[in-house]
Design a protein around this ligand. Structure first.
Ligand code: ADP
Length: 416
């Protein structure tokens, strides 16, 4: 997936959602905070009103201002309290902080509430007036702490942060999962598309090759018959040449047959097959074809492995692999090992030959890929076709100068 697509389809929506959540949370937090402050103001006004009435009563009852203030000491959120005379001069005061009252003559003119900062957070201040029974004007200065409110907003801020972090984590996991899913989906789609193209290409090649083979086979047959007739008519000393010509024609016909065979769909004739038997047979057939005394051959299996397979085709597959291994090994060893785990059979054809360079390795199983002068490049193609027709797969590993290993995986193995 391109960087731009990743940004467009995953990162941007994810960041967008986070920003929207953050925006609305901040908005709602601001709204709640403002509403709470309004509430405190109302509460403060109401408290001041009630205190004014009470104080007027106590003054009338003959309490001194200082005594009245004592009655309210330690009262919840009331931090500062002062009773002022008609000139706004302090008659008596009390404070949570010994010896400190944040009221000065400049505040005397204030008509609206004001806030000041303190070590315990903001404090709301208010100046209100009340009058005694005899008509004397008094003022009440009230400092009301907003600590509870600030604790609440701080806690809501913390909660918001936790929720935001949680959402970010869940979102990251979700979007990452989505991205991985999309990536694997695209990879699978690409694989399927590649396989489809490969099949298409192969169908074209097969159709073309079959047509060519068909066109060549007829004149070749006629040519072979002609050679046969000619052989009977020519003088005895020319007969070997005619026979040689006929054998070349037959060789071409055989090659064409092999091409046609390789391209034809396989039809399996399954039976119970002992792997040891198949490998030994393939090696014996090869020994009849090429003589390589400089190569040692071995077969190893921990317990006899059996498969339900087409014996002829499996022998053909191993023959092709063993022939390649022998041709690649000037001197050394060619061996086959077989093992089975949970019904899965793994067969390895190992040689100590020349090896395959990494750039050629991916093309080994391609039809018509060959590096040999007289090669046709269908041996490995056919081997893979046979393995896959049995529901298995084949892979190659190689190191130049050290040798090659072909690993065949088959399902449905068993011991007897
Ligand atoms: P051919 O044998 O006709 O070339 P194959 O399909 O059997 O066709 O093999 C294709 C190519 O793979 C060979 O030409 C060779 O280069 C390479 N190859 C196959 N097996 C081996 C091996 N065991 N060691 C080295 N190269 C190998």
């Amino acid at each position: 997936m391109k960087r731009k697509d990743l940004l467009l389809f995953f990162l941007l929506p994810f960041i967008g959602i986070l920003v929207i959540i953050l925006f609305f949370s901040t908005l709602s937090r601001g709204y709640v905070q403002k509403k709470a402050e309004d509430l405190v103001r109302e509460q403060l006004t109401a408290t001041a009103e009630i205190l004014g009435v009470n104080m007027a009563y106590f003054l009338e009852e003959g309490y001194s201002p200082q005594d009245i203030l004592k009655l309210y000491e330690g009262e919840g959120n009331i931090y500062y309290l002062a009773i002022l005379d008609e000139n706004k001069a302090i008659l008596a005061w009390s404070s949570r902080y010994e010896g400190y009252l944040p009221y000065s003559s400049e505040d005397a003119e204030r008509t609206a509430p004001w806030t000041i900062a303190s070590p315990v957070g903001r404090i709301f201040n208010r100046l209100s007036s009340f009058s005694g029974k005899d008509g004397t004007a008094y003022s009440l200065y009230l400092g009301y702490s907003l600590k509870n409110l600030e604790d609440m907003t701080a806690r809501s801020g913390r909660n918001l942060l936790i929720i935001f972090a949680f959402l970010a984590a869940v979102g990251t996991v979700f979007f990452f999962g989505l991205y991985e899913l999309q990536k694997s989906y695209l990879a699978k789609a690409k694989e399927a598309e590649d396989a489809r193209r490969e099949k298409e290409r192969f169908r074209e090649i097969s159709a073309f090759t079959s047509a060519v083979a068909h066109e060549i086979k007829n004149p070749l047959n006629s040519l072979s018959l002609l050679c046969e007739l000619l052989r009977k008519k020519v003088p005895a000393d020319t007969e070997p040449e005619v026979m040689e010509g006929q054998s070349e024609v037959q060789k071409i016909a055989r090659i064409i047959d092999r091409f046609s065979d390789a391209l034809r769909p396989l039809r399996l004739n399954k039976e119970k097959v002992a792997l040891r038997e198949v490998v030994t047979e393939a090696w014996a057939a090869l020994a009849r074809e090429i003589h390589r005394p400089s190569i040692t051959f071995g077969y190893a299996e921990s317990r006899p492995v059996h498969l339900s397979a087409d014996k002829t085709l499996l022998t053909q597959c191993l023959f092709n692999l063993l022939r390649n291994a022998s041709e690649a090994t000037e001197q050394g060893s060619v061996s086959v090992t077989a093992e089975m785990r949970r019904k899965k059979v793994t067969v390895k054809v190992i040689d100590s030959g020349e090896g395959v360079s990494p750039d050629r390795l991916p093309r080994l199983f391609d039809p018509f890929f060959t590096t040999k002068d007289k090669g046709m490049g269908i041996g490995l193609y056919l081997a893979r076709k046979i393995v896959e027709a049995h529901g298995g797969r084949i892979e190659a590993e190689s190191r130049v100068g050290q040798g090659t290993v072909f690993t065949l995986h088959f399902p449905g193995g068993y011991h007897e």
